[in-house]
Design a binder for this molecule. Sequence first.
Ligand code: F6P
Length: 541
Amino acid sequence: MTSTTPLRQTAAWAALEAHQASLAGQHLRGLFAADPTRGTRLTAEAAGIYLDYSKNLVTDETMALLVALAEETGVEARRDAMFAGEAINNTEGRAVLHTALRMPRGYASLPTRVAGVSEIHGVLDKMAAFAERVRSGEWKGYTGKPIRNVVNLGIGGSDLGPAMAYEALRPYSRRDMVFRFVSNVDGSDFAEATRDLDPEETLFIVASKTFTTIETMTNANTARDWLLEKLCDKIAIAAHFVAVSTNAVEVARFGIDTDNMFGFWDWVGGRYSLTSAIGLSLMLAIGPDHFGELLDGFHAMDEHFRTAPIAENLPMLLGLLGLWYSNFHGAETQAVLPYDQYLNKLTAYLQQLDMESNGKSVDRDGRRLDYNTGPVVFGQPGTNGQHAFYQLIHQGTRLIPCDFIGCCQTQNPLNVHHDLLMANLFAQTRALAFGKTAEEVAGEEKDAELVPHRVFEGNRPTNTILVDRLTPQALGALIALYEHKVFTQGAVWGINSFDQWGVQLGKVLATELGEVFSGKAKAALDSSTEALVARYLSRKG
Ligand code: F6P
């Protein structure tokens, strides 16, 4: 047991509560009018990422109090413990060392005393050699044809990271190869992903940390049947299946030669595993050099997070601002709105990162919390979201903090598209911050009854995050920014952001019901589930 002061009894928390009350009536219109330098002053930059947090409901005093909260709750000490390889994942007795995955070869602070850390670059080299063989056509399928299609079979962290990063880095990928990501246990996912593929030219990567996840193993078994249906020889499996896992025993049991297994370690959480061998499909797509640049971007942000003072530390600033709204303004959600089509899977990726990490209601010692933790993360790429859910952000009754993400340079300079895209991004943050008053509306609207409908209150907080161009490096820095934002919040809230017990019960009950479906077992079900199961079984055809 640790004997830390409960969060709501810290001096910083009390000061923030009093301060929040004293801000009533303040509006971003007034804050910007009073300080012409606000838009350049309340900014920070690191690892190629520019953060403008001036359009938040904060004053200099707010920021100082949030920094004090981070100090009083020991965020820096906890960060240092993570980097040092201490077992900060206390409920599983594990270190949390995804940051070691991107430390350069020979890096002085590599925590080599943790088992596995000294093997990181060996695995990266093995991945690179394999990727080169596949990309060059040297690695052949069973019938002697080169591999043209790569299908990653994984779910959660063994899917979302590679799938998101492949989308984001398509301009850097091999356009003459096909990359697909199958995650859902719904057979339609597998069927649609493989319907136009030739098994002779297809490589499956079975990506699973545990190699026991039911969805992934079901897809892997189906993939094996699909392959053998055409190739009719079990020996073919060796040329068409590789595994990424920590579980060599299960990999071998499945029939994959462990020489064709790429390992990682229990101190890499699933949702933090993109820079481990779980990134193999991505490396095949973009090549080892670009993959190395991605790692460099992650590392640059890691170093910033590890060394920058709290008040200049981008992930800490984002974390503290989010917490300001969750805990002192009653916000329940966090929108992430990337104005870049290539980032169209970013929000789904961040949902797992944030919500699986910080969806907790007890502290590290198991005590029930009396404050809110992780928000509901949602979003869509701009400008699509503008024509769907932004109405609620602008005029709804809830406060929804938003992160707007944009790139100064486009990968596809067509016509006026990019200027229009960015004009929309900046316009949205202006509209949200400053709104439109009843007087302003009345100047344009003759029908007085319509005035209240057309008023925008404004004072709705946003961060604007800009990168120059969506390179592998920039993507790495951006993801690490969010990883450490989540870390910062978890540290202040006093929770363990690195376990996910909350997904277990559903898994157990699904397995039990599967046995009921197949008649292998009976279960005492509630009346609702019993009726639903009966209806399903009688109609499934
Ligand atoms: O959803 C729970 C979870 O354990 C995630 O944390 C993980 O990313 C996912 O399942 C997949 O796990 P595995 O890589 O072991 O198949």
